[in-house]
Write a protein that binds this ligand. Structure first.
Ligand code: MG
Length: 283
């Protein structure tokens, strides 16, 4: 267990004794005989620095600063996928998808895109994935209706549990950790790179799944990098647990591979050009 790297180290308790125990797990290689105050300062820093970045704001805080707005340029036509990509949706059918209960996917396919059928439920891939590179395109409904979370809401759930938010955040405000390209309820995007509703927007996502120890502890947290319309908006962001609404995220163990899921949040968001590449460990 001394070699375990647990992203939760020191998250919940800054008491020096607990911090020291946590730090021994995180930094067991240190054997430099500095003074006690030096150690205390180091351990306190180790115990608090990383968690503070992710947790200094309450979940869904409206006081949390919004990221700056970036104009990503005009929408573009899709490019052919790489040769080793698994094409999950090519505009023709939902053969790679199903409803969460295993019945056929009920969303509407037309004119090269698939549209959320409100209240039909999420769709998920029949295949399961772990570490991936994912490309997809989405468009928020026009005319735009509703405000905040009630405006073009859907979501890309990696491994069924980790949501990169899909939302019409073009000239539309909501809490920072819930706007487009946020790791929902955790980490806002680095920029708001939304195009207007109705225009096609790209997500390019690199996701590394969490690793759990045999006894169910988190050995490595999941991490995600996201480019929104070509703009870097999540930069190897640590995911702190299953994305949930209105509460702190926590991990629960799950298999090494799980389906990719697209959310039905009651809005007719459209998707197209969905492909995925499975990432392998370095050989
Ligand atoms: Mg959503």
């Amino acid at each position: 267990m001394n070699q375990v790297r647990n992203a939760e180290c020191g998250v919940r308790n800054r008491d020096a004794r607990v911090a020291r125990r946590a730090s021994l797990h995180c930094n067991s290689a240190f054997r430099i005989p500095y003074s006690a105050p030096w150690w205390l300062a180091l351990l306190t820093f180790v115990a608090t620095a990383e968690p503070m970045r992710a947790q200094q704001w309450p979940v869904h805080s409206m006081d949390r600063p919004r990221p700056h707005v970036v104009d990503p340029g005009p929408e573009r036509s899709p490019l052919p996928p790489p040769s080793d990509a698994i094409v999950l949706f090519d505009g023709k059918n939902l053969a790679e998808w199903q409803s969460e209960d295993g019945t056929p996917a009920k969303w509407v396919v037309r004119d090269g895109y698939v549209e959320v059928k409100p209240l039909a439920g999420a769709i998920e891939t029949k295949r399961a994935f772990g570490d991936v590179q994912l490309h997809l395109e989405w468009a928020a409904p026009v005319p735009a209706t509703g405000e905040g979370q009630d405006r073009g809401n859907s979501g890309v759930f990696l491994m069924t549990h980790y949501e990169v938010q899909v939302l019409d955040s073009y000239h539309s405000d909501t809490y920072a950790d819930g706007q487009a390209a946020a790791v929902y309820g955790q980490t806002p995007p680095l920029a708001n790179a939304c195009r207007p509703p109705g225009q096609w927007q790209t997500y390019d996502i690199i996701f590394h799944r969490p690793r759990f120890t045999a006894d169910g502890a988190v050995r490595d947290s999941a991490r995600v990098t996201v480019l929104h319309n070509g703009v870097l908006v999540q930069d190897n962001t640590t995911i702190t647990g299953w994305t949930v609404h209105g509460q702190r995220a926590h991990y629960a163990t799950h298999p090494d591979r799980l389906p990719l899921l697209l959310q039905d949040h009651g809005h007719p968001v459209r998707y197209r050009d969905i492909w995925i590449r499975e990432l392998k460990e370095h050989e």
